[in-house]
Design a protein around this ligand. Structure first.
Ligand code: R1P
Length: 296
């Protein structure tokens, strides 16, 4: 349960200025954010920061770790899974961070392209895949709705792809459009008999509709969509929220392979500095410096 009194039902902030679900306030979150799903992944990646300044685990399972990397502040935020959690994260981060915000998601995915387990797929764009309740409840339309891809920020994506290619080898880094599904199961075309999912032809339909469809996961489209929907002030002609996403292939949906725990741990370790380097190269100024960093 939250420990501080909330003050506004429309835009809940506590009396101490903390957001309702992530429980961070101004000064605790950097303008450069690496977001992941798994809190253990967040801790492992944050261990590559030069100095940790702030850590908070919220009552809703969000973990925020803010520190310094090459003299600049970076926050690592674990959000759990799914588009709702991404929505909480982007909106509540915007509430407490002034100025430009660069967010890189480093997640995991299922590959539906040539990339196999242990490779990395950089999302040039992301499209949404949604279960169509009208089909299941009223027999109307297709069982799954496919929305048009939304582009990632090109500059941030380019630097993320370059840094990851240097770190893991260009031959292990792929790029394409990523499907952001509202389920790990039905809307990602996983076939089962426990539920009426009507998804037998879904992967083929996705590949037919989007030639460069490369991966399936559950957060990137919401991240890219909210960045484009953000109404904040423009900075140097750029949107106020800029986003990129790189995904470790955990499940190879074509070759039916799964990454080992050892390989995923190793990949996360190698990728941490690459993503931090991308964030500081992309925003090299002291903008948004964490107050505590002044004394370092
Ligand atoms: C499913 O196992 C989860 O893994 C991926 C998917 O998008 C989904 O949330 O995300 P993370 O790697 O960030 O956990």
């Amino acid at each position: 349960m939250p420990t501080e009194q909330m003050t506004n039902a429309n835009k809940p902030l506590s009396t101490e200025g903390r957001t309702y679900h992530i429980e961070t306030r101004s000064g605790e979150v950097s303008n450069r954010i690496l977001t992941v799903g798994d809190p253990k992944r967040a801790q492992k990646m944050a261990s590559y920061l030069d100095k940790i300044l702030f850590t908070h685990s919220s009552h809703r399972g969000f973990l925020t770790i803010t520190g310094l990397y090459k003299g600049l502040p970076i926050s690592v935020v674990a959000i759990g899974m799914g588009l709702s959690m991404m929505d909480f994260f982007v909106r509540e981060s915007r509430m407490v961070v002034e100025g430009p915000l660069s967010i890189v998601r480093f997640g995991s995915c299922g590959s539906i392209c040539q990339a196999t387990s242990g490779d990395v797929i950089v999302a040039k764009s992301a499209f949404a895949i949604g279960r169509n309740y009208a089909f299941f409840e009223e027999g109307k339309g297709e069982p799954y709705l496919l929305w048009k891809p939304v582009e990632a920020d090109k500059d941030l994506t380019r630097v993320v792809q370059r840094k990851l290619s240097e770190a893991v080898g260009a031959e292990h880094v792929f790029a394409g459009s990523v499907g952001n599904a509202d389920s790990f199961y039905g809307s990602q075309g996983r076939i089962g008999t426990d539920f009426y999912d009507c998804n037998e032809g879904l992967l083929d339909r996705i590949r037919e509709k989007y030639e460069d469809a490369s991966a399936l996961e559950m957060e990137s489209h919401m991240l890219f969509h909210l960045a484009q929907a953000s109404t904040g002030a423009k900075n140097m002609g750029r949107p106020s929220i800029r986003t990129a996403c790189a995904l470790m292939v955990f499940a190879d949906r074509t070759g039916n392979k799964f990454i080992s725990p050892e390989d995923s741990e190793r990949l996360v370790g190698i990728a941490a500095r690459a993503v931090f380097d991308a964030l500081v190269e992309d925003m090299p100024t002291q903008e948004g410096l964490h107050p505590a960093a002044g004394s370092v």
